[in-house]
Write a protein that binds this ligand. Structure first.
Ligand SMILES: Nc1ncnc2c1ncn2[C@@H]1O[C@H](COP(=O)(O)OP(=O)(O)OP(=O)(O)O)[C@@H](O)[C@H]1O
Length: 246
């Protein structure tokens, strides 16, 4: 469904007008299938978030293609209703002047779903473990876990087939992280959707994902099924794995 074919990405080095470029992603190819949860893990700076932005069509690769069911992902029409995202920084993901209700209605209105929007709000809030009393709250009145639940509710409101989560649980403390991971497991079944789960936390990836792709210096080091995680080959992948075992 999602085909990533030999993509590379570089950025200007030392300022916007510099001719020198820094290669951030090199020759990345992989497929993502419907309903799959693919983890993308790697050290800081390995290019995970850059890859995430390319998958969302926010930025374009220098070379290669990213195709969703035969169509280019950087076309807005391809993305809408198919892929949405939740980022690490839940505090700035919601407009501080919007109530939870307004933040959730925004994507529904874009989808021309006005008729059912209000009815859908309470269902969405319940599904993410909140309730109707949250409708009139502003972001500053929410805990980190609650704010991230609102971001997840907003991202799933258009019922996308793929949800990209970029370090979406990383800033939450341990028990809240676990609650959100369990919530994501439940939502995946309810909505029959798949995830692309970007994280530096291999433990969280192992808990949620079917397959993990390990990245290093902008390249794919290895892709393995979760049940074969202990059989990873490359020394880097083994080093990442050590973090689970110890
Ligand atoms: N817009 C940009 N302009 C210039 N360099 C960038 C830009 N975005 C990312 N980079 C560089 O690309 C490299 C990869 O960054 P990226 O954020 O994709 O890594 P990451 O694996 O997600 O790291 P982290 O886990 O710390 O978020 C870094 O060296 C970063 O400085």
């Amino acid at each position: 469904m999602f085909t990533i074919d030999h993509i590379s990405k570089s950025y200007p080095k030392g300022g916007l007008f510099s001719k020198e470029r820094k290669r951030v992603l090199t020759d990345i190819s992989f497929d993502w299938g419907p309903g799959e949860c693919l983890g993308i893990i790697g050290e800081s700076g390995s290019g995970k978030s850059t890859l995430g932005r390319l998958l969302l069509g926010i930025e374009k690769p220098d070379h290669g293609s990213i195709i969703w069911e035969g169509k280019r992902i950087d076309h807005r029409r391809t993305r809408f209703g198919n892929i949405s995202a939740v980022f690490q920084d839940y505090t700035s993901s919601i407009n501080p002047f919007y109530t939870v209700e307004k933040a959730l209605l925004e994507p529904l209105k874009l989808q021309n779903n006005n008729r059912d929007s209000y009815g859908k709000l309470d269902r969405l809030l319940t599904q993410v473990g909140l309730d109707a009393s949250y409708r009139q709250k502003f972001p500053h009145e929410l805990s980190g876990g609650e704010a991230q639940r609102v971001c997840i509710a907003r991202a799933i409101s258009t019922e996308p087939r793929c949800l990209l989560l970029d370090e979406a649980v990383s800033s939450l403390d341990g028990s809240v992280q676990m609650q959100i991971l369990d919530l994501l497991k439940q939502l995946r079944t309810i909505y029959n959707m798949g995830y692309i789960f970007i994280t530096h936390d291999i433990q969280a990836a192992a808990y949620l994902c079917d397959r993990v792709m390990m990245m290093r210096n902008g390249q794919i080091e290895e892709i393995v099924q979760i049940e074969q995680l202990k059989d990873v080959q490359s020394p880097y992948a083994r080093k990442l794995l050590q973090m689970i075992i110890t």
